[in-house]
Design a protein around this ligand. Structure first.
Ligand code: URA
Length: 433
């Protein structure tokens, strides 16, 4: 047998050739064991970034990453196990709505979640903003909770896909994050390790997202669906818009509150549409309804009849959390109105700028060690297509410290106006898979 050498593997990819399963496994295993140094893996990542990978290589990479650590065995959970992953957005509280909704419709959501970094928020931070809510569930608690109430969300432990943690950290500092095969294998290795039968990938498209164009989103989605097929999983991707934040609220408790409103049938239209659509796809694909139409009708009913809301409170309680008084849930020193400087139609609300402004208020982390202020954030008063006059309040800033010029200039950048007719963005651009 020929002895593999990392230098040959780097050169092969540098020259645009395809790597085989053994070569990919050798590189990943060697890196995780500490036998291959950062500088050689950095070179390999850059070669992958520049030369790409075909579907088969990306599937081998996903497999090598997946088996670099433990996988979760959900066989003790009876029923249709569903999971979802978002590529990261601003105001993206989808899991907080979708989870209880789909659980109220009979599916089992067993989800391992991540934290937000940078301008996008993470589900764990939102859950932890609720008094007492724990995201460190033992495997037994996790499985038992899903069996009892159809939903549990826990933090991803270090033993799941350790290769992704190492590779992601390296990609972050070597300019190799935005590579479609590297993103696809990173996401899919974690989703496949979590063991669900049906996986929804919510691929965000637009200014506030990794994928800036629909074309890039389609490529990423197709690749992830193809990888999922290679592992006999039902995977579908929903391409959803991120040319403005999702819903109106950005910031941890503000988003929890908006999720509760949505579960009470009083949420923003875009958030309700996205969550209902994903829930209906999951329920229909899982054989829990005879048509998608029937599943959509059930989603709509459960958002209005209190069943989805009841499931949310059951879920929070099962994880040790409680919300005693929703009116007192968000308390800050100041709520500052940010006003329009010109009149016109809102053409765009740059999600990245809004996310950064919320982060700067203390609502997100710039570095891993930052401590989040759960109360602060931004509540939009208008969305794309709204007509505003000069002086109208565009958003409210929930702050516990003085609002500095950087926050104000981020907000100035965020709102773009037009005098022409504005094309309304679609909530869902496409479903693939
Ligand atoms: N999300 C992930 O989990 N991995 C990536 O590489 C990008 C987004």
């Amino acid at each position: 047998m020929i002895r593999l050498r990392i230098i040959d593997i780097i050169e092969k990819k540098r020259d645009g050739l395809s790597l085989d399963e053994q070569e990919i496994k050798y590189a990943i295993d060697g890196y995780v064991k500490g036998e291959i140094p950062d500088y050689q893996v950095s070179a390999l990542l850059m070669a992958i970034y520049l030369k790409g990978m075909n579907d088969i290589e990306a599937t081998h990479l996903t497999k090598a990453m997946l088996f670099s650590g433990e996988t979760i065995d959900l066989s003790m959970i009876k029923g249709v196990k569903v999971d979802k992953h978002s590529t990261g957005g601003v105001g993206d509280k989808t899991t907080l709505v979708l989870g209880p909704l789909v659980a109220s419709m009979g599916a089992k959501l067993a989800k391992l979640s991540g934290r937000g970094l940078g301008h996008t928020g993470g589900t764990l931070d939102k859950l932890e903003s609720i008094e007492g809510c724990s995201i460190d569930l033992s495997p037994e608690h996790f499985i038992d909770q899903v069996n009892k109430i159809n939903i549990a969300v826990s933090g991803q432990t270090a033993s799941i896909v350790p290769a992704d943690k190492l590779l992601y950290a390296l990609r972050d500092v070597t300019g190799t994050v935005s590579s479609i095969p590297l993103i696809a294998s990173s996401i899919m290795s974690k989703k496949l390790a979590s063991g669900a039968d049906i996986i929804c990938l919510d691929v965000k498209i637009g200014g506030g997202a990794f994928m800036k164009t629909i074309e890039e989103g389609i490529l990423l989605s197709r690749l992830m669906v193809a990888i999922g097929k290679g592992f006999n999983k039902k995977v579908f991707a929903i391409l959803s818009g991120m040319d403005q934040p999702l819903g109106y609220a950005i910031g941890n408790r503000l988003e929890v509150k908006e999720a509760i409103d949505t579960l009470s049938g009083k949420g923003p239209q875009d958030l309700e549409e996205l969550c209902s659509e994903i829930a209906a796809e999951m329920v229909f694909r899982g054989g829990l309804s005879s048509s998608k139409k029937e599943a959509l009708a059930l989603a709509s009913a459960n958002l209005k009849n209190g069943l989805a809301l009841k499931k949310f409170y059951q879920f929070i309680e099962a994880q040790g959390g409680h919300i005693d008084n929703l009116d007192e849930f968000v308390k800050v020193r100041d709520v500052f109105p940010y006003r329009a400087k010109t009149a016109g139609l809102i053409a765009r609300i740059d999600a990245l700028s809004i996310g950064l402004a919320s982060m700067r208020l203390g609502g997100g982390r710039e570095i891993k060690e930052d401590v989040i202020d759960p109360m602060v954030g931004i509540v939009l008063k208008h969305k794309i297509g709204d007509k505003v006059s000069r002086g109208d309040v565009l958003c409210e800033v929930y702050a516990n410290k003085p609002i500095d010029n950087e926050i104000l200039s981020l907000l100035d950048q965020a709102f773009c106006f037009s005098e022409d007719i504005v094309k309304m963005p679609k909530v869902i651009e496409k479903i693939i898979g």
